[in-house]
Design a protein around this ligand. Structure first.
Ligand code: MLT
Length: 261
């Protein structure tokens, strides 16, 4: 694991492989570990930069965070690594919200997008309110308050128990201050449907057939709204595509990356 000072905190990240850069943005409340299996399968021809977003994993924590903070941290990480060429940016769920913000703020740095198990619509007022209440609860009681409520929706119903348990542990390890800050960031995020028009780079939308958080219908809104976007639906899995179906996920992502060369 590498660490570098970025915008007032240390950002931790894994850097695996050689070739064109794929910048990987994990979901909530996860870590770079989401991407390790994809990176292992494709690292002979691509370089995977996999940060822990501020407040997650081994990165520093701030009391507040916004989608702009996460996106600016990623741009600063590319600068810190002397990456001069535009990169492929891949985000899952909350990571996808960050990808849209990255496009709004650092468009020239994006060569292509991969939007995994995510959505473009903002929170409804009710959802934003419940996130803010959830953030207060987490600060008072710890992550279990939200993790056990989320878990049944994260994986397909027949996902192996060992896999679900492994990710429960990772989610419980996340610093509650980082989790709470991210809940505010998600509640405050912009509507990304209005960003579709600005996207003029190749885009892959990928989703688990049984994703209960951002289902295939929500993925279709992105793939039909973004110019020439491709849609891939992975059968029989839920919201955690890269770890529920690591071979299939890497195959789809690898084919998309190869098509860019
Ligand atoms: C995620 O997986 O990153 C979150 O479930 C996204 C969300 O809560 O909107």
């Amino acid at each position: 694991m590498k660490k570098t000072p970025i915008r007032g905190i240390d950002i931790a990240y894994q850097d695996i492989g050689t070739g064109p850069v794929v910048l990987c943005v994990h979901g909530f409340p996860l870590s770079h570990r989401l991407w390790l299996q994809t990176a292992e399968r494709l690292s002979d021809r691509y370089r995977f930069l996999m940060p822990d977003l501020r407040g997650f994993g081994d990165s520093g924590v701030t009391e507040k965070a916004t989608m702009s903070d996460y996106a600016d941290d990623l741009a600063a990480l590319l600068a810190a690594e002397d990456v001069a060429e535009p990169v492929v940016i891949m985000g899952l769920s909350m990571g996808g919200y960050v990808v849209f913000e990255f496009v709004r703020r650092h468009k020239s740095l994006a060569r292509a997008l991969i939007l995994a198990d995510t959505q473009a619509a903002p929170d409804s007022d009710e959802k934003a309110r419940s996130r803010r209440e959830g953030a207060a609860k987490i600060l008072a009681e710890g992550n279990a308050a939200i993790v056990d409520a989320m878990l049944p929706n994260l994986f397909a119903p027949d996902a192996p128990k060992a896999l679900v348990d492994e990710w429960r542990d990772i989610m419980l390890e996340t610093n509650p201050r980082g989790t709470a800050a991210a809940m505010h960031a998600m509640a405050d995020r912009a509507d990304s449907m209005t960003t579709f028009e600005a996207i003029n780079v190749p885009t892959l939308v990928v989703v688990g057939e049984q994703d209960a958080i951002t289902p295939p219908d929500v993925a279709r809104v992105m793939s039909s709204g973004i110019r020439d976007a491709e849609l891939e639906i992975i059968p029989s899995i839920g919201h955690m595509s890269p770890v529920e179906a690591p071979d299939e996920y890497a195959r789809i992502v690898g084919a998309f990356l190869d098509s860019l060369n």
